[in-house]
Design a protein around this ligand. Structure first.
Ligand code: FAD
Length: 298
């Protein structure tokens, strides 16, 4: 199914991001539990693509996306980065996705490693989008966007100008980089609209529930940390259980505010943490159901 159709009958969609687990972890435990979310089932699940961009990583993403569709009957989105991809590899990947009925692809450039020179066929996610649409129009394309500007771009204005190329080349649905300050998202959304970007934008939310995430994710994403969140870190940083609860509380409040501002979707970066996904879905399940029920149907 082309997941862009979801926006025709739902006001606010709910989706999850997972990553392929390490070699020795069983897929089934993770995905079974993820798909039994207590509060609300996910409208789709996106599967990331390993940063190295190797053939084996590609296979793994395709395998898990296909498993999600065939076994759990939930629509998958397969991420595909193009920094280490040539046209032939892109075509082979599309063939495999097609053979497995995976219709939705998140087109990405990927990060450029200082040790591996990028391949030359695709410079930007927008180039990959154009290639896929020319190859087979029926693929539905998603893309990434950055409320606080992509780290390699000189300004948010320029980044949004570049984002428009991605949309013009066939991307019809955006998911943001994680952020903690909703005002940054609202400002970005407004600027994107004014730049002629009218496709649905889902807000990427990652609950910070353990100390490792504070050190890694927060530093790597470059997302600004509002005073309220930084107080949570300093108050509960040495108390894992309290930090977990406080992280869920902060993310839930963030989501409530986004729903109140009529955001088109919430995309939860689960980090394959079943407990986190379950707690968030419990907290917002009834609210999303109410939002998606037409008023005259109540
Ligand atoms: P692009 O859209 O190509 O943008 C990269 C830079 O180039 C930006 O600074 C942009 O302003 C500029 N630019 C874009 N188009 C043009 C143009 N036509 N001309 C000139 N400049 C241009 N990484 C992974 O390795 N695997 C994943 O699964 C993965 N999933 C992600 C999911 C989401 C929702 C997000 C937000 C990021 C994800 N990433 C993933 C990280 C992503 O690969 C990096 O952020 C990467 O640095 C940029 O990818 P992009 O697709 O946004 O690139």
């Amino acid at each position: 199914m082309n997941i862009s159709n979801l926006f025709n009958h739902k006001k606010t969609i709910f989706s999850l991001e997972i990553f392929p687990p390490k070699k020795d972890t069983s897929y089934n435990t993770i995905y079974n539990t993820l798909l039994k979310l207590r509060g609300i089932p996910a409208d789709f699940i996106s599967v990331t693509y390993g940063a190295g961009g190797s053939q084996a990583q590609r296979e793994k993403t395709i395998e898990i996306a296909s498993l999600i569709l065939a076994t759990y009957h939930t629509e998958p989105v397969a991420h595909l980065t193009c920094v280490n991809l040539d046209r032939q590899e892109a075509q082979d990947t599309l063939e495999k996705l097609k053979a497995n009925q995976v219709q939705n692809i998140m087109v990405l450039r990927g990060d450029i490693s200082p040790d591996v020179p990028p391949k030359e066929d695709f410079r930007h996610a927008s180039d990959l989008a154009a290639f896929i649409k020319q190859y087979d129009e029926s693929f539905n394309l998603l893309g990434a966007c950055y409320p606080e500007c992509h780290y390699q771009c000189e300004s948010l204005e320029k980044d949004i100008e570049n984002l428009k190329i991605k949309i013009d080349n066939g991307v019809g649905h955006l998911i943001t980089q994680l952020f903690f300050d909703n005002d940054k998202f609202y400002k970005f959304w407004d600027m994107a609209e004014r730049a002629g970007i009218h496709v649905p934008i889902e807000a990427g939310i990652m609950p910070i529930t353990n100390i490792r995430q504070i050190e890694r994710t927060v530093a790597l994403s470059g997302a600004s940390v509002p005073a309220k969140l930084s107080r949570i870190f300093s108050r509960y940083g040495d108390n894992p259980k309290a930090l977990f609860d406080a992280g869920i509380y902060y993310a839930t409040e963030q989501i409530m505010d986004l729903i109140d501002h009529d955001v088109r979707g919430i995309h939860l970066y689960t980090m394959n943490n079943v407990e986190t996904a379950g707690r968030i879905s419990d907290a917002i399940g009834n609210i999303l159901e109410a939002e998606n029920t037409p008023k005259n149907a109540e």
